[in-house]
Design a protein around this ligand. Sequence first.
Ligand SMILES: C[S@@+](CC[C@H](N)C(=O)[O-])C[C@H]1O[C@@H](n2cnc3c(N)ncnc32)[C@H](O)[C@@H]1O
Length: 269
Amino acid sequence: MNTKRDPAIRRHYESDGLAERLLAEIDDPARDIGPALDQFHVGGAKATLRLAARIELAPGAKILDVGSGLGGPARLLVESRGWDVTGIDLSPDFARIASALSGRMGRSDQTRFCAGDALHLPFADDGFDAVWTEHVAMNIAARAALYLELARVVGPGGVLALYDIVAGPNPAPLTYPVPWAREAGQSHMVSAERLKAIIAAAGWTIESWIDETEFAQVWLNDARPPRIPAGPTLRHVMGEDFPGMIANLRDNFADDRLGAVQAVLRKTA
Ligand SMILES: C[S@@+](CC[C@H](N)C(=O)[O-])C[C@H]1O[C@@H](n2cnc3c(N)ncnc32)[C@H](O)[C@@H]1O
């Protein structure tokens, strides 16, 4: 598995001692572990459930969560829909933490996590019923290659569910850092229209395409501090500049430099 492929992106998400620190907390039964830690996208659990509700798939369906982070979306899909979820993430630390969290939450049978690159998935052709991806593509420049690779691993008629931040109508440069990038070189934004065209060219047919910009703006406005949840949070993962990343994200959304999209697509026969 080639996880050395994009060291700048890994450096953005990982920090020295992160895995050991968090794994010790997860091992401690006295320590609360709450949802402030493992849903790493605008809108938290609510956003994951909104996207899941747009998909018709029976319990037991095999889902690949690409860029699975700390595994919160995967576990929520198991809990809410009974799907079986495999997660893959560029960060080996994140994959280890995700596995430990699933163990602690009694979800190890229905979730599993590994390290790897979305552009080179270590899975056979046609093996999954759906691919799922939330807030990952913004780190990936090779979008055409990404959506071709995602199509490879689902069977005929398979589903792609995505929730992404996109470039908004205001072409002014973004204010950094944002949660997926501390600098412009780590961020690869495309507009919703461009995204649609790239995905269609990779062999996907659109089933639903929903502009979630307003949902994201409302959530970001409500996410202002003070908010001190029990247990570790994404600030513990990403570092002291995380609140600044959220503030910049809110500003970038406020004047339409960014938007958000949820979409469900089907692999064209
Ligand atoms: C903002 S987090 C979202 C995590 C998770 N999807 C969630 O919503 O909770 C972005 C994740 O994408 C992962 N990522 C970035 N580029 C990737 C790539 N090329 N292949 C796999 N994962 C990648 C990062 O390591 C990080 O865990």
